[in-house]
Ligand binder design. Structure first.
Ligand code: R5P
Length: 231
C-alpha cells in the first residue's frame, strides 16, 4: 500500500467525525488534501458544513471542490479542525510547518473545540525533533532573531543547524509574509520549555510545536488504523 493510500485512509476515518451543521477547519499539506477531496464528495452529496482554511493553497482547493468557505472573522468558533503533522508523539504533541502553514494552522486550531490529526504511521516518534522544527520569523532583524533562537534552544537542551528555508534560490515566504528558520535539533528534550522560550523572542512570529491542541490522532499503518486520544 502506498503512502498516499495510507494518508487517504486516515482522512476517510477523520471524515466519520464530521456531521451536518459543523464548522470545520481545513488543514494544509498532502494528507489534509485527501481530507478536503473526500469532504468535497460529501458536500456534493448534500452534507452541510461551513469551513475555514489554514492556507491559501487549501482555500483554493476547497473552493474548487465547492465546499462552502468562511473566515475566522465571520466564524470565530469552530467545532473541529482536521490537519496533518510532520511529527507527533504519544502525548499528542506535534511538530508542524513543513509546508509553511504553521501560523494559520495554529490560529485555526486554537479556535476549534477539537483537532484531529491525520497521518501515516511514519510520523509517530518516541521523541520529537527528528523533523527540523520550523520557526516563523519576521524578516526584519533576521540574524538577531536567529541568534536568539539558537541561545534559547541551547538553554532547553537543543543544539544544531538553523537554516533559512529557501524556495527557488530565495527565502521561502509564508502566507503571512514571514520567513521560516528550520531548526535541525534532532531531539527536543523539553518541548514545553522550548515552546515558551521561542514565543518570548520578539522576532519569532510562531513556532511549529503544537502542544495541548490535538485531541485525537488517526495513524494509518499497512496493518490498519491506530487511534490516539478521542477521534
Ligand atoms: O505547514 C504544513 C503543515 O503543518 C502540514 O500539516 C504538515 O507539514 C504535514 O504535511 P503532510 O501531510 O504533507 O506530510
Amino acid at each position: 500500500m502506498s503512502s498516499e493510500d495510507l494518508k487517504r485512509q486516515a482522512a476517510a476515518r477523520a471524515l466519520e467525525a464530521v456531521s451536518d451543521g459543523m464548522r470545520l477547519g481545513l488543514g494544509t499539506g498532502s494528507t489534509a488534501r485527501h481530507f478536503v477531496e473526500l469532504l468535497g464528495d460529501r458536500v456534493r452529496g448534500g452534507l452541510k458544513v461551513i469551513c475555514v482554511a489554514t492556507s491559501e493553497a487549501t482555500q483554493a482547493q476547497a473552493e474548487g471542490e465547492g465546499i462552502p468557505m468562511s473566515t475566522l472573522d465571520e466564524t470565530p468558533e469552530l467545532d473541529l479542525v482536521v490537519d496533518g503533522a510532520d511529527e507527533l508523539d504519544e502525548q499528542l504533541r506535534l511538530v508542524k510547518g513543513g509546508g509553511g502553514a504553521l501560523l494559520r494552522e495554529k490560529i485555526v486550531a486554537s479556535a476549534s473545540k477539537r483537532m484531529i490529526v491525520i497521518a501515516d504511521d511514519s510520523k509517530k516518534v518516541a521523541v520529537l525533533g527528528r523533523f527540523p522544527l520550523p520557526v516563523e520569523v519576521n524578516p526584519f532583524g533576521l540574524e538577531v532573531t536567529r541568534r536568539q533562537i539558537a541561545a534559547a534552544a541551547a538553554r532547553c537542551g537543543c543544539t544544531g543547524e538553523l537554516t533559512l528555508r529557501q524556495r527557488d534560490g530565495k527565502p521561502f515566504v509564508t502566507d503571512g509574509g514571514h520567513y521560516i528558520i528550520d531548526c535541525h535539533f534532532a531531539v527536543l528534550p523539553q518541548p514545553e520549555a522550548l515552546a515558551a522560550a521561542l514565543v518570548a523572542i520578539p522576532g519569532v512570529v510562531e513556532h511549529g510545536l503544537f502542544i495541548g491542541l490535538a485531541t485525537g490522532v488517526v495513524l494509518a499503518a499497512p496493518g490498519g488504523l491506530v487511534e490516539l486520544g478521542q477521534v
